[in-house]
Design a protein around this ligand. Structure first.
Ligand SMILES: NC(=O)c1ccc[n+]([C@@H]2O[C@H](COP(=O)([O-])OP(=O)(O)OC[C@H]3O[C@@H](n4cnc5c(N)ncnc54)[C@H](OP(=O)(O)O)[C@@H]3O)[C@@H](O)[C@H]2O)c1
Length: 333
């Protein structure tokens, strides 16, 4: 799919961006150009050690901010696919610096769309999060606005052959700031603080996140918001898996947190289709024929009122399964 194509990843030095880079370079050795677009030169310098341009001649590192439209238009020149992963993603930092979060997550999304349209990009896949579903914090709200911008962008393409789609998933196992590395670090002190004993979360590996982005790049018709079918875990089971002999005091939920995360609300159920491995929330007004879509993907409309929440999930990881996943995937830095 990507041999002879040019790809740009905004936020390419982040955890998803780096994992995508590795997969793309391994799977499509004849990719024409893979552009990493982000702000911090140090992160790019470090990434270039891992992906040296001598070994990977297709890779390019461009310093730039998603808030800077002119720079993005230059960067998008000749690019076929854009993966938009750049974001401010820490809930409490976004609450404390709301204007900055709006500029990056909403203004950045607008700029990606404008630059893609002006440079005749073929397909843009934007990253969303479970926190964008019925959001209760600014991070989630800005990502919901971003999702809406990308879905609606399919209606302003005119004669251009460009598609915009969205991939939404939950907590990436072991990613920076997530509970698993936090508990692993705390274990030595003998105390693992539990915010709320009823709390649940979705769980996805970085590899499955990458797979989903590539699925969207290959199969989207434009305007879909893809959601993976993934298991949940109870926060108390993570504590049990990591420190069964530690104290587990309940410290209370933090501002902006939910007890359970959602990825599809019952109001979305009217346009949500089961595609087998994934759900897709389809646009209210698609610019393609819905019956052809259903037939092509064997897509089935979910039941009215269906909602996909980490608390009501049918699939939960038990303590033993969590222990194995943590041993295999989570590293502390
Ligand atoms: N990690 C999770 O658990 C999770 C779960 C669901 C969804 N997501 C979504 O997945 C996407 C990728 O997440 P991640 O975990 O890979 O994030 P990450 O590791 O924090 O990486 C963020 C990337 O964005 C870049 N960036 C931030 N602000 C930028 C700006 N204004 N202009 C250009 N680049 C900017 C950062 O580099 P510089 O700072 O150098 O610019 C970095 O490369 C995000 O959209 C996030 O919302 C993540």
């Amino acid at each position: 799919m990507l041999n002879d194509k040019s790809i740009l990843i905004t936020g390419g030095t982040g955890s998803l961006g780096q994992a995508l880079t590795k997969t793309i370079l391994e799977k499509w050795p004849n990719v024409k150009r893979l552009v990493i677009y982000s702000r911090d030169e140090q992160k790019q310098f470090q990434m270039a050690q891992e992906f040296p341009p001598e070994k990977y001649p297709a890779i390019r590192f461009l310093i730039g901010d998603v808030r800077d439209l002119d720079r993005m238009k230059r960067a998008f020149n000749g690019v076929d696919y854009v993966i938009h992963a750049a974001a401010m993603k820490h809930v409490h930092i976004a609450e404390y610096n709301p204007d900055e979060c709006v500029k990056t997550n909403i203004g950045g999304a607008e700029n990606v769309i404008k630059a893609a349209l002006s440079c005749s990009v073929k397909h843009v896949v934007a990253l969303s999060t479970d926190k964008a579903c019925a959001p209760i914090n600014l991070y989630g709200a800005t990502k919901l606005a971003s999702d809406k911008l990308f879905v609606a962008a399919n209606n302003i393409t005119g004669e251009q052959d460009v598609k915009f789609s969205v991939v939404r998933y939950g907590n990436v196992m072991g990613s920076n700031g997530s509970v698993m590395p936090f508990f692993l670090k705390k274990r030595e002190g003998g105390v693992l603080p539990i915010t709320d004993p009823n709390m649940t979360r979705f769980n996805i590996s970085l590899a499955d996140g990458v797979k989903m982005v590539l699925h969207a790049m290959e199969h989207a018709w434009g305007g879909e918001l893809f959601v993976p079918k993934i298991p949940s875990y109870r926060i108390t089971d993570i504590a049990e898996a990591i420190g069964p002999d530690c104290e587990h005091p309940v410290v209370g939920i933090r501002p902006g947190e939910k007890i359970h995360e959602e990825m599809i609300t019952s109001s979305d159920s009217f346009t949500t289709y089961d595609l087998g491995e994934y759900y897709a929330i389809l646009p209210q007004v698609p610019n393609w024929d819905i019956e052809s879509y259903k037939k092509h993907f064997n897509a089935e409309l979910v039941e009215q009122g269906f909602n996909y929440s980490s608390g009501e999930n049918e699939d939960f990881l038990n303590v033993g399964e969590l222990q194995k996943l943590i041993d295999d995937h989570v590293v502390t830095s």
